[in-house]
Design a protein around this ligand. Structure first.
Ligand SMILES: [Zn+2]
Ligand SMILES: [Zn+2]
Length: 291
């Protein structure tokens, strides 16, 4: 059972404010909720897009976003909440060079790389039905997961967001259970994330979407660990105040059940670990007592 008012969560590492085109939450609203919920740390990760057809293309400037987040960080530190300056960058191999140039010029505390339904992709709503018709599941999801693997291999990001959000784009033509039945389809992208030492985000927003499960599910998080993955992050991907940390305990639970004792984060320079609350951790089996 999850508890959307859990009070022992240390970090929400994926949040959108009114500096994203699809959110109208003032940054202080999240910080106030964090105080109320005892969540010590937040990463504000507004969208930056690189295709002029995407909504967050030049929506704000780096300077404006940095000023708003750093000012809020100063205001809220005294209340026991650390506000970090992150970003969610929409990745595609077509504009990888632009992402690289952006990150070379601008310094963030924490970077999320995301594959969304890019404008020429088969995953935009008007193309989905014809894309899935007569194709195998492997063919249907391949363009999406190929971009995810490339995002990891680019080495540009601390974490890869909402690993299998393609299940949202394909719903209801493809159901989460269809993907779960063929776990080998996601292995190459999971391996690319593990081998590049990138984090795998466990994004609880899927629990409020029709797919009804996190991006990715707990089973995929466990598979990631089996494949050598050692870094996970957690985020609610809030775009509204009432989505703040929403069912984020389920993300911590998935991390703990897979054997992760901490989540990976960054506060500027080197990666740091944030402990998963003990109640979510996998019980260590006690050594057998001599008779
Ligand atoms: Zn996203
Ligand atoms: Zn997001």
């Amino acid at each position: 059972m999850t508890d959307d008012r859990a009070r022992d969560l240390p970090l929400d590492a994926h949040l959108h404010t009114d500096q994203s085109p699809d959110s109208d939450v003032p940054i202080d609203a999240y910080a106030a909720l964090a105080v109320e919920r005892g969540i010590a740390e937040l990463a504000i990760t507004d969208h930056v897009d690189f295709d002029a057809r995407d909504p967050a293309y030049e929506y704000t400037t780096f300077a404006d976003r940095e000023r708003v987040v750093r000012d809020a960080a100063e205001r809220w530190a005294a209340h026991g909440v650390e506000v970090r300056f992150g970003v969610e960058l929409t990745y595609n191999r077509h504009w990888e060079a632009d992402v690289r140039a952006h990150l070379a010029r601008h310094r963030y505390d924490f970077t999320i790389g995301s594959v969304h339904d890019w404008p020429d992709s088969p995953y935009v709503p008007r193309r989905v039905a014809s894309w899935v018709a007569g194709q195998s599941l492997s063919e249907i999801v391949k363009p999406y997961f190929d971009e995810v693997a490339a995002a990891a291999q680019s080495g540009l990001f601390d974490t890869i967001a909402h690993f299998d959000v393609v299940k949202r784009y394909l719903y209801p033509h493809v159901l989460p259970a269809d993907l779960a039945a063929q776990p080998e389809l996601v292995d190459p992208a999971l391996r690319a994330i593990a081998e590049s030492s990138t984090g795998l985000e466990i994004n609880s927003s899927g629990l409020r979407h029709r797919v009804g499960e996190a991006y990715p599910s707990a089973a995929v998080v466990a598979r990631f660990r089996e494949l050598g993955g050692r870094r996970v992050t957690v985020g609610s991907d809030g775009h509204r105040a009432d989505w703040f940390a929403w069912r984020l305990d389920a993300a911590y639970a998935a991390a703990g059940a897979a054997g992760f004792e901490s989540v990976m984060f960054r506060r500027g320079e080197a990666p740091i670990s944030v402990a998963v609350p003990v109640r979510f951790r996998k019980p260590v089996s006690a050594p057998a007592q001599p008779a």
